[in-house]
Ligand binder design. Structure first.
Ligand code: C5P
Length: 298
């Protein structure tokens, strides 16, 4: 399987709910930065993780891919859902705001559905995925999609198939998603927080396929909280804007920063400029949207 990273073109965060989560309206966008996953029958469920940040990924039952395997097995009770060895080759950095863990869970779901011949629909797999994490359902679906609720209630964005060219700047450090949400709650302590709304300007820009407008409309309510916890990101965002990015924002809960460029060549130029400034650990170009978890070989 290969499964993509995501960024959020809009991340509007409502008040904290009684269950600790926040109601969201978000526009997910899957990028051409992939983890590779395989599953094979084994004596007992286990996982092997290699690649980018592998040592900080749990290799026990806490691993999101193994939790997804267990959740799918529970959902298909009477099927032949034997133990599996999950192999994950990571390229999506861990705890970077790119939903890499959710991506691995999504890939494990799609892979086991195939291996076990359980025949769940994409929608059913998304429902199982939503129990594992708020971003898992999107990693099954991919493309560009509007997420509501915790982010798990999805509808594909009805937009033309334009490709957008991105630069991702990886930070020297991690951010914990719950800590970023908690920091946002503290920043908002004295404010009344409105219910989140889909940004009509962003959707109009996506429908028009106009990267300049999309760049100007990018927004992330978690960004002030991520910047408060990781002030160095301010410099990264400023540098990207100065080098001509059409838009710049922290991806999800960060600390990865995403920059939109007008073309693949501009993205490459921007990546070269950014990597020369020392404002991030490394940079990468990627394009989107791309499909969700996909079987790449048998
Ligand atoms: O669902 P997931 O496990 O990815 O979420 C990680 C954490 O992010 C949650 O435990 C919660 O603290 C925060 N979160 C939130 N509201 C959301 C999604 C995530 O508060 N809609």
């Amino acid at each position: 399987m290969r499964v993509p990273a995501k960024i959020n073109l809009q991340l509007a965060v409502g008040p904290r709910r009684a269950d600790g989560y926040h109601d969201l309206v978000t526009v997910f966008h899957a990028l051409s930065l992939f983890d590779e996953i395989s599953v094979a029958p084994a004596a007992a469920d286990r996982v092997t993780v290699t690649g980018e940040g592998a040592t900080s990924v749990p290799a026990d039952g806490d691993n999101l891919a193994l939790r997804a395997v267990a959740a799918l097995r529970a959902a298909v009770e009477d099927a032949e859902a034997g133990p599996v060895h999950v192999t994950i080759a990571k390229r999506i950095p861990v705890a970077a705001g790119l939903a890499g863990g959710s991506a691995d869970a999504a890939a494990a779901l799609v892979a086991c559905n195939e291996l076990w011949g359980t025949g769940l629909s994409q929608q059913e797999l998304c429902a199982v995925g939503a129990e594992i994490g708020s971003d898992v359902a999107f990693a099954v679906l991919g493309g560009t999609a509007v997420g509501r609720g915790r982010g798990e209630r999805l509808s594909p964005a009805l937009v033309p198939a334009n490709q957008y060219h991105w630069v991702l700047a990886f930070a020297d450090g991690h951010l914990s998603t719950p800590e970023v949400y908690a920091a946002l709650d503290r920043l908002r302590a004295d404010q009344a927080v409105a219910s989140p709304d889909l940004d009509a300007e962003l959707m109009g820009a996506l429908r028009a396929g106009d990267p300049g407008r999309v760049g100007r409309a990018l927004s992330n309510d978690l960004q002030p909280a991520a910047l408060a916890l990781f002030p160095a990101l301010r410099k990264t965002l400023t540098a990207g804007r100065e080098f001509g990015a059409l838009g710049a924002l922290v991806s999800g809960s960060g600390p990865t920063c995403a920059f939109l460029a007008r073309s693949a060549q501009r993205a490459l130029d921007l990546a070269v400029s950014l990597s020369g400034t020392g404002v991030c650990r490394s940079v990468l170009t990627a394009s989107g949207p791309v499909p969700g978890a996909t079987i790449s070989s048998r």
